[in-house]
Design a protein around this ligand. Sequence first.
Ligand code: B1M
Length: 215
Amino acid sequence: MEENRQLLHEIAVQCEKGDADAVRSLTVEALEHCSAESILNQGLMSGMECIGVKFKNNEVFIPEVLIAARAMKAGMAVLKPRLAEARVASKGKILMGTVKGDLHDIGKNIVSMLLQGAGFEVVDMGTDVGVETIIQMIRETEPQILGLSALLTTTMICMEDVIKGLEKAGLRDRIKVIIGGAPITQAYADEIGADGYAPDAAVSVDLVRGLLASV
Ligand code: B1M
């Protein structure tokens, strides 16, 4: 037990340092002893949280954050098949993306992975996606849910543009919109008329289950 905690701590430390090779091999090793969820939460995400605090305090700068993000992605690539293992047949389709002007994708990718692990099909549009692309993707892929992520206070306002765009295109009644990301709150979701908000990836899974049960 103590050994497992040490291993998860080491993953967090190496993630923060940005050593992608160490994170990859430690994640492989940890999977023999710990659940994929605990590696994600207590290892990788804990490392990103530490770098986030240092970034905020100007103790580290964008290059260090990018290197840490790359290390986190190396660990996530190892975890992905495990997190998706529970998947049997698709329980519903979710179109997912980070809004226009925003390049942050780590949180969105984690949400997508957990949704896939819970048996949902996720179509990932990537980052910096604008209203036109989203409308086109909805027409092409016909999802039941649209998931929007934003990490910047300057880009979260695009979520409202998307909802207005859906109304204008006559698509709003056909799709549920869920939103999330560090600056997002339930109050904001209510204000812009989103169907749901989740503060983290685990809650997103419950939110999607609830929304799909009601359609
Ligand atoms: Co950026 N950045 N960044 N950054 N960055 C923040 C967000 C910031 C809070 C840092 C700070 O100053 N304290 C700040 C925003 C301030 C603000 O708007 N108020 C900031 C800034 C300012 C910037 C730049 C403008 C910096 C600059 O250039 N001067 C720039 C903007 C670039 C752009 O997008 N146009 C920028 C750039 C970057 C990097 C490229 C270096 C890198 C992103 C790499 C990548 O994503 N591939 C980066 C990073 C890594 C961060 C921090 C440090 C970490 C974000 C992260 O990945 N967290 C971040 C500080 C912080 O958040 N503490 C910061 C880990 C992740 C697991 O959490 O994304 O919150 P999170 O996701 C969670 C939940 O929010 C939720 O579930 C996830 C898992 O539990 N969730 C959803 C997320 N999406 C969801 C969707 C849902 C439901 C739940 O439904 C659809």
